[in-house]
Structures are given as structure tokens and as C-alpha cells.
Design a protein around this ligand. Sequence first.
Ligand code: ZN
Length: 327
Amino acid sequence: MKLFDAHADLGYDVLDKHRQGRKNIIKTDHLEKLIQGEVFGVGMACFFKGDEDWATAKAMVSTLREEILANADRIHLTTGELWDESRINALITVEGMGFLKRDDEKTITWLYDQGVRIASLSWNDENALCTGVKGTPDRGLTLMGKQAVRIMHRLGMAVDLSHTNEKSFWDILAVDQGPVLATHSNARALSNVDRNLTDQQLKAIAKRGGLVGLVSAARFIHPEAGQNTAANLAKHGRYIADLIGVQHLCLGLDFMDYLEGYQRNGLDLDNASQSQNLIHALRQEGFSEQELQAIAWDNIVAFLKALPQQKTMPSHHPQFITKTTQL
Ligand SMILES: [Zn+2]
């Protein structure tokens, strides 16, 4: 079954390998596995640990975008508005914006113009915008972070809540009513790790019309080694769907098999070619074909289509014309 994986660190991988002197990484290292797994939509994340500068951030987004466009016969660069059934649909996303120091609007607008429609303010670290799950627990969103959320929402960019600590999570939701989601987090009730979401957080995301993406990282599925299977990840799917509704569920598998020093994800969910194992497991959990299609594809596509699409920037910045129509 055709599926959309809302979180894969391909931007990071592409720049990393370009810097090692290799080229065309998506085609040589990823395309085959994506096709085998019927992954026809991918949130290609530009992942930043937190100490990167703007030059690195810009290089990662640009290099990823160039690779996507260079493979236009197989990959369609989408901004969520236009989709191509015959190719893999790639959405550029950003994980962690520690590179933002000041001049948010210009920087976020540049990201938007490159096609970014989902971004998280931080990874696990804490930065000038907000605090990740490994940061100071009582430190949340900063004033600059609040401004960034407003800019993102005004442009039509969803805020990804997967890595923010609980204080930042609630602070971000309090800023405005713009689109939010957690691209790669499971239910904390089933695996008690800080990257999974509490029932209250799951309900709050649903109340805002957001989505939660099932993630295949081992401990996020199950605390015990040997239990991190597609079948147990499907139990998170069942739990979340029963709590907030199947319309709020999607997939954000976060495979890491291609990264140096990676730790194994799910036993039968370790790389993109195994993605269908989760669909089978969800089917075993009793989801109907229509529900499976909603989880695998329809929910995230509808979410992205509903993001406001800017044709031009706000009037006080008339010099920025988005390239949306050309993507
Ligand atoms: Zn992540």
C-alpha cells in the first residue's frame, strides 16, 4: 500500500555524503529501498543537532533540493499542494532551527521558498527558540521562538512538536491556532520515553486538527529489547486511534540504517524497504483498508493540502516572491 513517511533524515544524509565527496545520494542509496517499501511520499528532513550555523543549514537545504530536482524523472518536489502519482513525492522538512540567531523572518521565508512546509524549532537540545526533550525541563519557548511560530504560521508552515519538551509543547500551542503535528512520536502510555506523547498531548494535537506519526525507533516502540516489532508499533497505532481518532494518525518512521553509527530500529522495521511490515501489522490490529489508507497516505496529504499556500509574501516584504508555483 502506497505510504507517506513524514520523517526521514535524507537532507542530513545527502549533505554528509556530499562532504565526503559523493554525489547523487538519494538515487544511489535510497531510491530502491523507498520503492521496495512503497514509500511514495517522504518528508525529507534537514536534521540539525543544534550547533550548526546558517551556512550549513542553507547548504543542507540547497543540496537536498538540488538532488531532488536532478532526479525529476523519479522524484516530484511537492509543497503539499501538487502530488504526482507516478513519482516519489518529496517534501523538504527541517528538524531543529538552532541556526536561527536573528532576522527570523528573512530566514524562515527563505526556507519556505525552498519548499519547507514542516519544521521543528529544536531537536533534543535547547536553543534560542525553544527547549527540546533533553533540555532544562522548566525552560520552554522563548520570545524569539514565539515570533518564529507566528512567522511560520503566517507563511503556511506547520510546527513539528516531536522533539520539544513538555513546557515548549504547551507554550507553542498557546501562541496561536496555526497548524501543528508530531511527525515521529508514539504513545507514552505504551513506552514511557520522553520522545513519546502523553495522552493530554495527543488530545491537544487532535483538538488542533494535527497529526501524530508512528515512529520505528526501537525504544519508542517498546522499552524491552526484542519487543520492538512492527506488531508492537501497530499497538501504538491502535491506542492513539482509540484515544483521538484514526484521522489524526500518520507515519513518521525515521529509519536510520544509512547513518553512521546508527542503532537498529524495529526488528522488522529497520529500513524503508520494510515499511509495508507496519501496514500488515496495522491490518492485524483490525484497521480497515480505508483506515489503513488514511493512516498511510490520506491524512498527511489532506493536512499538507490544507496549509495556506502563499503566492507572495506579506506586503511589507514585496521583494520576496515565492517559487511555489514552479516547484
Ligand atoms: Zn527526530
